[in-house]
Design a protein around this ligand. Structure first.
Ligand SMILES: [Fe+2]
Length: 339
């Protein structure tokens, strides 16, 4: 049995040494947010307690699905790197970026996330490959915490105009994912795909301003590669759902699919339902309410055995078991993610 913890959206804030001119861009709206509704919403002290819990000895590997920072400042990356190092070494932790880690065009251009977290982004199959290879972004990268388990770290993080937070994976990453899966040794039975943005539809404006714009193409490839599960962040509330088994075009090279127009020979049945889980923010403390959570995935030789959630209790100063069987919840018919 392998125990994997899924954490997300730490949003560690640290403005040490930041100059005023660094706010003359999109960060102006982000800073207003931080001074307002997000003030003290993600205490660094809670991130440190989370790190200590994850390092306690009963977890085999930790997955962090993005939004480590708020404004993609070097001071924030420095502080959150300390938190991640407190969780464990690169062999113990897999990290992908979120939209807040690519908050500005400068953050993307300077590969700020990849430079700070370089050792955590090295491919387990090839030490010369990482998410930043020869000065260029090269997602996904692969981690193998056990011989039968593959973790694929995708990036949906892109800088967006103020007040927008949508994401995009792109065909290049999906093609590379197909290639990495094709190169897997036969003992691989579990395939976890990480992406920061959620796949499910959200209520209100978030659906239009903060979604994964190519989620249909992404989801189709999840079926194609027989993903065991998709793990995401972005939504600070936890979410459980699944991509329903469906007939899809075997060669998923287009972003649009019109099954009525496909002839039967072009259609392949691409496997079963795929669970999709967002663990919620693991440091969220809204007006003193305990909202910080993380998930634990128990994985055996055949796949995911169980998924449970842990929730912070300020009263007892520890993370406590909240739900024991999120996998069943995710697979319930009403929780199908219809794209
Ligand atoms: Fe996000």
């Amino acid at each position: 049995m392998l125990r994997i913890a899924h954490i997300s959206d730490l949003h560690v804030l640290d403005l040490a040494g930041t100059q005023w001119h660094q706010f003359l861009n999109k960060r102006v709206t982000g800073a207003m947010n931080l001074a307002g509704i997000r003030r003290n919403a993600h205490p660094v002290s809670l991130a440190e307690k989370l790190a200590d819990r994850l390092a306690a000895g009963d977890i085999d590997h930790v997955i962090l699905t993005g939004d480590l920072t708020n404004l993609a400042l070097d001071s924030e990356f420095k502080r959150v790197l300390e938190v991640v190092q407190r969780i464990g070494p690169p062999s113990f932790v897999t990290v992908i970026p979120g939209n807040h880690d690519m908050y500005t065009r400068g953050a993307l251009r300077h590969h700020r996330f990849e430079k700070w977290f370089g050792p955590y982004l090295v491919d387990d199959a090839d030490e010369h490959h990482s998410a930043l290879t020869k000065g260029r972004l090269h997602y996904p990268f692969m981690r193998a915490p056990a011989p039968h388990v593959r973790i694929y770290g995708m990036s949906s993080a892109i800088p967006t105009p103020p007040l927008l937070a949508f994401g995009h994976v792109g065909r290049h990453q999906l093609d590379r994912l197909r290639q990495l899966v094709a190169e897997e040794p036969p003992e691989v039975t579990v395939r976890l795909c990480l992406v920061h943005h959620n796949l499910h539809h959200r209520i209100g404006a978030a659906e239009y301003v903060a979604s994964l714009v190519d989620r249909k193409a992404f989801s189709r490839v999840m079926h194609e590669i027989h993903a065991t599960a998709v793990l995401h962040g972005h939504t600070h509330h936890p979410h459980q759902g699944h991509l329903p088994a469906r007939k899809a075009k075997a060669d998923a090279t287009t972003d649009r699919i019109d099954e009525e127009k496909l002839i039967e020979s072009e259609i392949a049945d691409l496997g079963g339902d795929i669970p999709v889980l967002g663990c919620g923010s693991s440091t969220w403390s809204k007006k003193g309410r305990d909202l910080a959570r993380f998930n634990i995935l128990d994985i055996d030789a055949r796949g995911i055995h169980a998924i449970s959630s842990m929730r912070w209790s300020a009263e007892n100063a520890q993370f406590e078991l909240e739900h024991q069987d999120l996998l069943t919840k995710a697979m319930a018919g009403k929780n199908a993610i219809l794209l």
